[in-house]
Design a protein around this ligand. Structure first.
Ligand code: HEM
Length: 439
């Protein structure tokens, strides 16, 4: 059995830390693929050995929950103390994961999606009016984040926040991620110290989340699901569990969709012909975006393909981790249940064995048949994203408003991807004007 390749500069005790960028870990892990191939090993300090899987063929069997299970890597481990029972952080075998999952499921049903749709439409229209009222190019990262946070608090919880309150949450979250991410200063310092404290900002963040939950409307899907006590779904959630789930919903439910809308805007601004086709599709509905009802969104197949293609090229959650349930092999290399397997979507989604011309932005590829099994921007199996339907609906609806009512003007931006920890275009600016105002 041959040795598994690894990045250059491996150092005793420190391992491969010198070959990884603490600022852009996912991109630096991917950067080694060209030289090291479809599978290679990364060792960092006392963390388990990690096998990076870059090809669709090697990834496919690992997507099967029967042989493989989710593990939480360093990023999740650092964030877990702020919401210990949160859906994202608990083990599948942990009873609280099943309980919270079953309680939250109705918040993503078709009936719930109809409610989100009705609540989201006016919020999106109001934000976009402000985008196009700006004479200057807008900071897309800031604007998409503000919009996505407004959407999840209003449509999900029925809580109306001021822009200052929204800014406070987003700022606190950034500081929290930055301070828990001490690895950005000294890579993987947590691993050396073996500590995982609850930083002071976590208290401020939890207080904000408590306010969102307590001022929510019982009609709103997430508030209703979290406070539901139907014994059919098991024990009611405790106050701590409710706040933990709300922390996860508010963070996972806005960071990711904001990044996806931002990447879609980046691609649309570079491909005006794609924006024109999406516009033509919308014109075919005979309705303005604000008049679209929930059922109309499923008919916007081209716009949905734009979102699918955006998430293929720019999976905002760039990887997920698995471990073998029993000893197994990957490309002839033995792995044990203690190893971490890093399913690298940045590489798997561009595997030339599966995708024609993989680096080009071509939504049409999603119109010709089902996506390959290894297209997994929302993860897989029991631990796949619970918010997938909401995220897709929200992104398509936002883009519908954007392309129908606005013109996008490139500022010549060159893509630079930030990891925080989800991906987004760094310092991306764009000019957005109302279409009626275009002369
Ligand atoms: C484009 C937007 C989104 C993307 C790309 C995305 C991606 C993902 C991925 C890849 C996972 C699996 C992580 C793993 O296996 O370790 C996940 C899990 C999760 N996502 Fe999302 N997500 C998005 C939006 C949302 C939204 C809108 C919500 C909630 C409102 C949400 C809530 C969650 C939760 C709670 C989990 C954990 C599920 C569990 O472990 O049972 N996500 N997401």
């Amino acid at each position: 059995m041959s040795a598994v390749p690894h990045p250059p500069w491996r150092v005793p005790l420190v391992g491969d830390a010198l070959s990884l960028s603490a600022r852009t870990p996912a991109q630096s892990i991917t950067g080694h693929a060209e030289r090291l191939g479809d599978v290679y090993e990364v060792r960092v300090l006392r963390y388990p050995r990690m096998l990076v899987v870059n090809s669709a063929a090697l990834a496919e069997p690992i997507l099967d929950d029967r042989g493989w299970t989710k593990v939480n890597g360093p990023a999740f481990r650092r964030l877990a103390p702020m919401a210990p029972t949160g859906l994202l952080f608990t083990d599948t075998e942990d009873a609280v994961w099943r309980l919270a999952h079953d309680r939250l499921q109705p918040a993503f049903s078709r009936a719930a999606m109809r409610r989100y749709h009705a609540a989201m439409n006016p919020v999106i229209a109001a934000h976009l009016r402000r985008w196009s009222a700006s004479a200057q190019p807008i900071d897309v990262g800031e604007r998409t984040q503000d919009l996505a946070y407004d959407l999840i608090t209003r449509a999900g919880f029925g809580t109306r926040l001021t822009s200052t309150q929204r800014r406070e949450f987003v700022d606190t979250m950034f500081v929290l991620i930055r301070t828990t991410n001490r690895g950005k200063v000294i890579p993987f310092l947590d691993a050396v110290l073996g500590v995982n404290p609850v930083p002071p900002h976590a208290q401020a963040l939890r207080r904000h989340v408590e306010m969102v939950v307590d001022s929510g409307s019982s009609e709103a899907p997430l508030t209703a699901a979290l406070s539901d006590t139907d014994p059919e779904r098991g024990a009611p959630l405790t106050r701590q569990q409710i706040i933990d789930q709300a922390v996860v919903m508010l963070i996972a439910g806005h960071e990711t969709t904001a990044g996806t809308v931002a990447f879609a805007l980046y691609e649309l601004s570079r491909h005006p012909e794609v924006a024109d086709r999406a516009r033509a599709e919308l014109a075919g509905t005979g309705k303005a975006p604000a008049e679209l009802v929930y059922e109309d969104i499923a008919g916007l197949r081209y716009l949905r393909a734009v979102v699918d293609e955006t998430l293929r090229l720019h999976p905002v959650a760039p990887a997920f981790l698995r471990a073998a349930r029993t000893p197994a092999t990957i490309a002839g290399h033995r792995v044990t249940p203690d190893d971490w397997i890093y399913l690298n979507l940045l590489a798997i989604h561009r595997d030339p064995a599966v995708w024609i011309d993989p680096d080009s932005f071509s939504p049409d590829r999603f119109l010709t048949g089902p996506a390959p099994l290894t297209y997994k921007p929302f993860g897989t199996g029991a631990r796949a994203c619970i918010g997938r339907a909401l995220a897709l609906h929200e992104t398509v609806l936002t883009l519908a408003h954007l392309v129908h009512d606005h013109e996008l003007w490139s500022t010549g931006y060159r893509l630079d991807i930030e990891e925080f920890p989800t991906l987004k275009p760094r310092n991306f600016t764009l000019r957005v004007t109302a279409r009626a105002a275009v002369g």
